[in-house]
Write a protein that binds this ligand. Structure first.
Ligand SMILES: Nc1ncnc2c1ncn2[C@@H]1O[C@H](COP(=O)(O)OP(=O)(O)OP(=O)(O)O)[C@@H](O)[C@H]1O
Ligand SMILES: [Mg+2]
Length: 318
């Protein structure tokens, strides 16, 4: 078996939330992510889905080490990066890049597009200034913008064009892993399709591994190889994409698939369709003897394997 491009092992992130007002504020711990494990094989796309606040962005930020995990391990191409300091992370940053929903805020308004796209080469000391500019211009072409855009500024671009620039900047260092956090959710439908096609083409050309975070299940279905479903900071189900869409086993996954998309596409929140109690009550209960792999009986849900590459959070009964 080849080493995965990215592996998260039991990662968690706790935040301290102000709980009481008054003169002496009190805090409580909030587990934004609680023990998530996920693997992205080389040259594959994994979708990460779940309602707003389920911990998707926090998970992606921990994978990039832009947020430090409270616990757990992160492996990039087999190398554990969870404990690396700023200096140790620098070479890792070449391997992993990110594209956000709102790339505009990430693009320096005072820099030309050629400078913006070339900057990562400069930061990592790759090539002469001349070579960096040439490479940036050819990347502008590669993402579907004319080379003449090199002298323009971010404010001159449409949303889709800005996202193309963000993609060029993210990929110019030829990373192995790309975290795409809702890269198309601010775009109109036709532009969205173009950006998805671009990502798909570049993924194939570059043997990229992508963590694709999205609320758009139709895009997830067409783009990804596997899907991981998060609910309240935990993974409740994961499987090959077709299995998620045709054979979902967890009540939360089913509810997510059944949810009617919000009328306004900019409303990113999925409706809260089932209560916590309803989901708990409907959590699968599986007898230990039915499971293909050994699991210990427990009162609380645990992720168990129920078929090839298909895991679901279930209560295992003796
Ligand atoms: N810096 C922070 N401080 C405190 N709480 C945070 C912080 N960042 C995230 N959280 C909390 O962690 C939880 C998970 O947030 P996260 O942004 O990862 O969710 P998400 O699945 O990406 O949601 P969305 O779909 O809306 O983007 C939420 O309850 C959020 O309020
Ligand atoms: Mg998010």
């Amino acid at each position: 078996m080849t080493v995965p491009a990215l592996e998260l092992r039991n990662v968690s992130k706790d935040y301290l939330i102000k709980a009481g007002g008054g003169l002496i504020p009190s805090y409580r711990r909030h587990a934004a992510v609680a023990g998530v494990s996920l693997t992205i094989a080389r040259n594959s796309i994994v979708g990460l889905v779940g309602e707003s606040g389920s911990g998707k962005t926090t998970t992606g930020m921990m994978a990039l080490r832009l947020v430090k995990p409270t616990s757990g391990r992160i492996l990039v191409n087999g190398v554990d990066i969870s404990q690396l300091d700023h200096k140790g992370l620098k070479p890792v940053r070449r391997q992993m890049q990110v594209v956000f929903q709102d790339s505009y805020s990430a693009l320096d308004p005072m820099m030309t597009l050629a400078q913006i796209v070339a900057e990562p080469l400069d930061i990592h000391g790759v090539g002469s200034p001349r070579e960096q500019t040439d490479e940036a211009l050819s990347w502008l072409e590669r993402v579907g913008l004319d080379r003449s855009y090199g002298g323009r500024y971010p404010h001159e671009l449409s949303g889709g064009q800005r996202q193309r620039v963000a993609i060029a900047r993210a990929l110019i260092l030829k990373p192995t892993v790309l975290i795409a956090d809702e890269p198309t959710s601010a775009l109109d439908v036709s532009v969205k399709a173009q950006i998805i096609n671009l990502l798909q083409d570049l993924q194939e050309e570059m043997d990229l591994s992508i963590l694709f975070i999205s609320h758009d299940l139709s895009v997830v279905r067409s783009l990804t190889d596997r899907v991981v479903v998060m609910y309240r900071g935990q993974v409740v189900e994961e499987a090959e994409t077709e299995a998620i869409f045709s054979d979902a086993r967890h009540p939360y996954t089913r509810a997510l698939l059944d949810a009617i998309p919000a009328a306004n596409p900019r409303d990113r929140r999925v409706r809260r369709f089932l209560s916590v109690e309803e989901i708990e009550a409907a959590t699968p209960r599986l007898a230990r003897s039915e499971l293909p792999e050994a699991a210990e009986p427990s009162q609380t849900p645990q992720l168990v394997s129920i078929g090839p590459g298909h895991r679901v959070a279930a209560i295992v009964t003796p």
